[in-house]
Design a protein around this ligand. Structure first.
Ligand code: FAD
Ligand code: S2G
Ligand code: ZN
Length: 471
C-alpha cells in the first residue's frame, strides 16, 4: 500500500476516518469468533455514498482490494481481510441514516451501516414492522443483511432480505454509483439487478442504501414451547398450525434436547419450561395486527389437536410477554451456550421441509458413526427447511482432536444435505469458509455463470477477493 494512497483516502474521508494503527484495526480484521483473522493496510470509514465512491475509485486506481464490512457478525469470514496487509477494509458503520419512511408506500429507506435493531425501532416508532430478526440484530447492519441475504426467525412469514427489499444504491467496483433506490413493488423494466447484489457478500459492489418493505405493526402475539417426539412431529405441527392460523404463524423454531441442555447449563436464569426431558422442542409464535385476535385460543386448539394426534407430547403457552421472552431466550441462547463446550463446528444447511425428518435421521446416524459420543446441536428455522447442525466434541474429549475432524464431519453433513437436494449454506453465505467446498455441491454451469458475473462487475477482482467463488 503506497503512503500516498493513504493520504488520498484521508483527503476523501478526513484523517480521523482512516485507521492504520494496528491497535485501531484489531476489531476489524478478525471475526467475532476469531475463527478468521487477517491484517489490513487501513480501515476506512466513509460517512456518505459519495465518499464511498471516491474511496473505491482511489483504491481501484491503485489496484488495491476493498473488503466491505458492516457489523462483522458474519459467520463465514466474508468481512475479514486476507493476511497480505494490502487490503482496505471499508466499514459502512458511519452510514446509519434513515433517509425516508413512507407509511402509505410501506417502505423505509436506510443507509447500509444502520444497525438492524435501529431499523426495527424506527419502523415501530411509526407504527410499522420491519420483520427481519436474528440473534445478531443488535450489531449486524442492513448492508451486511443484504450482502448475506440474511434470514433469521421471521422468514416463515416475511421471507429473507431478498423478499424484503425493493431498491438498492450500490457503489460499483470502479467507483460509479448505481442509484436503484426505487420503492416500487412493480417495475418490469429489464433484469432485476438488485437481486444480483443481494447475497453477493461484497464481491460485486458496496451497498450504500436500500429501500425496504414495511408491514403493519403486530399488536397481539401468542407464544408456546412444545415437546415433540421427533422432527416428523414438528413438520406435522407446522401443517396443523398453518391450517388453523394461516399467515398468523410467524415463528417456528426447532431445538434438539442437546441444544436445550447446553442453554440450561450455561445461560444464567434459563429454566426448562416443562417437567421431564424430551428429545425435541419447538418454539411456536402466532402474531396478528389486531390487538385482541384471540391467538391464545387458536394456539391452544392447535396444540390440543396436535396432542390428540400424538404429535405434541407436552407444551406450555406463555402467560404473557415476559414468559414469551424467556422462551425465546432459550432459543437465542443456543449459539453462545455452545461456545462453553469446546469447539463449535457450525453447519447451516437446508433441505425441503418434507425431507427434514429423513435428513436428520440419516445425518445423525452418520455423525455418530464418525465420532461416537459426538454431541449434535440441531436447531433453527425448520419452517424454512433450514437447520443449524452445530457439533460439539464428545464429553471430556480433546479439543484439538475434535477440530482435526472438522472437514470430515462437514462432508458428512453436506453430503447428506446434497442427498436430499439441499444446500450447504441456507442463510450464512459462503464467505471464505465455504468458497472451495461449494464447487463440490453446485452445478458447473451455475458456477461458470457466477464467474461470468464477477468478471462483468469486477474485472480486476478487487472487490472482496477470496470470498464466495472457488479460487
Ligand atoms: P458483516 O459480517 O460485516 O459482513 C458480512 C458479509 O457482507 C461480508 O462478506 C461483507 O463483505 C459483506 N458486506 C457487509 N456490508 C456490506 C455492504 N454494505 N455492501 C456490500 N457487502 C457488504 N444470519 C442469518 O441469516 N440468520 C440468523 O438467524 C443469524 N443469526 C446469528 C446469530 C448470531 C449470534 C450471530 C453472531 C450471527 C448470526 N447470523 C445470522 C449471521 C450474521 O449476523 C448475518 O450474516 C448478518 O447479516 C451479517 O451482517 P453484518 O452487518 O454483521 O455483516
Ligand atoms: C441462528 C446463527 C448462530 C449459529 O442462531 O439462527 O443462524 O451459531 C444461526 O449458527
Ligand atoms: Zn439462523
Amino acid at each position: 500500500m503506497t503512503a500516498d494512497l493513504i493520504g488520498r483516502l484521508r483527503q476523501v474521508v478526513g484523517p480521523a476516518a482512516v485507521l492504520t494503527d494496528p491497535a485501531d484495526l484489531a476489531g476489524y480484521v478478525s471475526d467475532w469468533r476469531a475463527a478468521y483473522a487477517g491484517t489490513a493496510a487501513a480501515v476506512v470509514r466513509p460517512g456518505r455514498t459519495e465518499e464511498v465512491a471516491a474511496v473505491v475509485a482511489r483504491c481501484a486506481e491503485a489496484g488495491v482490494a476493498v473488503v466491505p464490512q458492516g457489523g462483522n457478525t458474519g459467520l463465514c469470514g466474508g468481512a475479514v481481510p486476507d493476511r497480505s496487509g494490502r487490503q482496505v477494509v471499508l466499514s459502512l458503520t458511519r452510514m446509519r441514516r434513515v433517509r425516508d419512511l413512507d407509511v402509505a408506500n410501506q417502505t423505509i429507506t436506510v443507509e447500509a451501516g444502520a444497525v438492524l435493531r435501529s431499523v426495527q425501532e424506527a419502523a415501530a416508532a411509526a407504527g410499522q414492522l420491519f420483520p427481519l430478526s436474528l440473534g445478531a440484530e443488535g450489531s449486524c447492519t442492513i448492508g451486511g443483511n443484504l450482502a448475506t441475504n440474511a434470514g433469521g426467525t421471521g422468514v416463515l412469514r416475511y421471507g429473507t432480505m431478498r423478499d424484503l427489499t425493493l431498491g438498492l444504491e450500490v457503489v460499483l467496483p470502479d467507483g460509479r454509483i448505481w442509484n436503484g433506490l426505487r420503492g416500487l413493488r412493480k417495475d418490469n423494466t429489464g433484469y432485476d439487478l438488485k437481486q444480483l447484489f443481494i447475497g453477493s457478500e461484497g464481491t460485486l459492489g458496496v451497498i450504500t442504501a436500500a429501500v425496504l418493505k414495511l408491514f403493519p405493526a403486530v399488536r397481539s402475539r401468542a407464544t408456546a414451547w412444545v415437546a415433540l417426539p421427533n422432527p416428523q412431529a414438528a413438520v406435522e405441527l407446522i401443517g396443523v398450525l398453518r391450517e388453523l392460523a394461516g399467515d398468523r404463524l410467524t415463528g417456528f423454531e426447532i431445538m434438539s434436547r442437546q441444544s436445550v441442555e447446553f442453554v440450561l447449563r450455561h445461560v444464567t436464569g434459563a429454566r426448562d419450561p416443562l417437567g421431564d426431558r424430551q428429545p425435541w422442542y419447538a418454539l411456536v409464535e402466532l402474531s396478528d395486527t389486531l390487538p385482541a385476535a384471540g391467538l391464545d385460543e387458536v394456539i391452544e386448539s392447535a396444540l390440543g389437536e396436535a396432542f390428540e394426534k400424538g404429535v405434541v407430547v407436552d407444551g406450555v403457552v406463555a402467560a404473557g410477554p415476559a414468559q414469551a421472552a424467556a422462551l425465546w431466550a432459550l432459543r437465542e441462547g443456543i449459539s453462545e451456550a455452545q461456545n462453553h463446550e469446546g469447539p463449535s463446528l457450525k453447519h447451516d444447511v437446508s433441505v425441503p421441509v418434507s425431507r427434514i425428518p429423513a435428513f436428520v435421521a440419516r445425518t445423525d446416524r452418520a455423525l455418530e458413526e464418525a465420532v461416537p459420543g459426538i454431541r449434535i446441536v440441531t436447531y433453527g428455522h425448520i419452517g424454512d427447511g433450514n437447520l443449524h447442525y452445530n457439533l460439539s466434541k464428545p464429553e471430556g474429549s480433546d479439543d484439538a482432536e475434535f477440530r482435526a475432524r472438522a472437514a470430515t464431519l462437514a462432508r458428512v453433513i453436506y453430503d447428506s444435505a446434497g442427498a436430499f437436494d439441499g444446500s450447504i449454506s441456507a442463510e450464512h453465505g459462503l464467505g471464505q469458509a465455504k468458497r472451495e467446498i461449494i464447487a463440490d455441491y453446485k452445478d458447473g454451469h451455475e458456477l461458470e455463470l457466477m464467474r461470468g458475473l464477477k468478471r462483468l462487475f469486477d474485472p480486476r477482482g478487487l472487490m472482496n477477493p477470496g470470498k464466495v467463488l472457488p479460487g
